[in-house]
Design a protein around this ligand. Structure first.
Ligand SMILES: [Zn+2]
Length: 93
């Protein structure tokens, strides 16, 4: 990587190579070091348990977990939720 500059993937503005954030629009750059730490993954996992919607969004947008894993987790959480929802709807009839 000898490039002196790169381009923001969001706005296309030229920014110094290795920038973590675009200096034009502030979007985090994909090739910047991400939250690979176990702590961040643990936080997302906690959110998935205690505040599922936010955890799901963070998982999809802010982790580099395998897409298959993300779908599996999404399926795991949606299925019981939907099943419970339908079950309660059915009971109310
Ligand atoms: Zn930008």
């Amino acid at each position: 990587m000898m490039d002196a500059a790169m381009y923001c993937h969001a706005c296309g503005g030229q920014i110094p190579a290795g920038s973590a954030y675009c200096s034009h629009c502030g979007v985090a750059q994909g090739n910047a070091p991400r939250h690979h730490s176990g702590a961040f993954s643990a936080l997302v996992a906690l959110l998935l348990v205690f505040f599922f919607p936010l955890g799901l969004i963070l998982m999809w947008t802010s982790t580099d977990w395998n897409t298959d894993v993300k779908w599996a987790i999404s399926g795991l959480f949606f299925s019981p939720h939907l099943a419970t929802r339908f079950a309660s709807l059915a009971r109310e009839k």
